[in-house]
Design a protein around this ligand. Structure first.
Ligand code: GDP
Length: 362
């Protein structure tokens, strides 16, 4: 299913199995975001994932430590790929330039603004007349890169993940895992998972495996879940191993192969992202993150209407002559507020009954 010497497939041709075939003609839209400190290998991993040099023209940030004013630039690259008649319009959103040394906490705003803007655009399109061909640029997944050099999550990671987790599916990754021994890697993975739990960070929750699946599938599912955070290695170069060309990193002491499951979790990540869980990531984005956004949006509109109503009430007291007009307006506002209250209650009830809604509430 994955790229080997003789085929160039990356695996999303299985998507029609995940969704209704009708969607195949239209194509799929999938956006993911890479977040993490500068230099952790984000763009290299993207290249490794999609075999394309998406980042050829990328401007590297000027040397960060000298440039404390640097802001986070959001960069979106789009790519249309087709495999066995299945089209995927893929957007990769890069967030270069974030670093703890650079007042990292300030880096979250443009990232969150970007995610919200996509929700807003979708919301506008959905409320508009032409609802059939809505472009879905919502961020379906955030690959969060964790440094292999520290002792787990840094305060900036906890901070960033908490800003993001109610808005997007976070998949944590241990970056540059070729720098760790298997023991160090497993220690770091455990530590990161403990910290995620302690800090109540809601990372993407993999769906439960159906009980009627066959044993092989169940085993794969268990392995996938137990590998989180995926320890990845990226490389832009192709090297030769036993006469075969593979993506890898060549060191004096040997070669680390990106697509060798014994070397890292890259294949697991690609498999879940593209082949097995793409549709679920889209569903969670739509049913939970976007619904949350809509509920917040509606609550905000309700506040605004309530303020307007209070203003009208004050005006009616100051100008008893215009009383009738103002009373009508107040009645209209009351009806509007009630409609919104009902919608909000319905949305909240739906969110609560969704088994994938995190327990500590999004
Ligand atoms: P970004 O700033 O997070 O996008 O990082 P880049 O992809 O530009 O990579 C920064 C540096 O790390 C480059 O020199 C890469 O060759 C190197 N690099 C990328 N991925 C890996 C990896 O998996 N392992 C190791 N050891 N180095 C890597």
């Amino acid at each position: 299913m994955f790229r080997s010497e003789d085929d160039e497939f990356i695996g999303f041709a299985t998507l029609p199995d995940q969704v209704h075939r009708k969607a195949v003609k239209r194509g799929f839209e999938f956006s993911f975001m890479v977040v993490g400190e500068t230099g952790l290998g984000k763009s290299t991993l993207i290249n490794s994932l999609f075999l394309t040099d998406l980042y050829k023209d990328r401007k590297f940030p000027n040397h960060i430590l000298d440039n404390a004013e640097q802001t986070v630039d959001i960069e979106r690259k789009q790519l249309e790929i087709e495999e066995k008649g299945v089209k995927v319009r893929l957007s990769v959103v890069d967030t270069p330039g974030f670093s703890e040394a650079l007042n990292g906490e300030k880096s979250w705003q443009p990232i969150i603004d970007y995610v919200d803007r996509q929700f807003e655009q979708y919301y506008q399109a959905e409320s508009g007349v032409n609802r059939k061909n809505i472009q879905d640029s919502r961020v379906h997944c955030c690959l969060y890169f964790i440094s292999p050099y520290g002792h787990g999550l840094k305060p900036i990671d906890v901070f960033m993940m908490k800003k993001l987790h109610h808005k997007v599916n976070i998949i944590p990754l241990i970056a540059k895992s070729d720098t760790l021994t298997p023991k160090e890697r497993s220690h770091l993975k455990n530590k990161v998972m403990e910290q995620i739990e302690e800090n109540h960070i809601n990372i993407y929750k993999f769906p439960e495996c159906d009980s009627d699946e066959d044993e092989e599938f169940k085993q794969q599912d268990r392995e996938l879940k137990s590998a989180i955070p995926f320890a990845v290695v990226g490389s832009n170069t192709v090297v030769e191993v036993a006469g075969k060309k593979v993506r890898g990193r060549m060191y004096q002491w040997g070669i680390v192969e990106v697509e060798n499951p014994a070397h890292c979790d890259f294949v697991k990540l690609r498999q879940m992202l593209i082949s097995t869980h793409m549709q679920d990531l889209k569903d969670i984005t739509s049913d939970i993150h976007y619904e949350n956004y809509r509920a917040e949006h509606l609550a905000e509109q309700m506040k605004q209407s309530t303020r307007e109503r209070m203003k009208l009430k004050r005006e009616s007291m100051l100008n008893p002559g215009k009383m009738e007009d103002t009373d009508n307006l107040i009645a209209q506002k009351d009806a509007e507020i009630q409609r919104m209250q009902e919608m909000l209650a319905k949305m909240q009830a739906q969110l609560q009954t969704n088994p994938r809604t995190p327990v500590n509430g999004t």
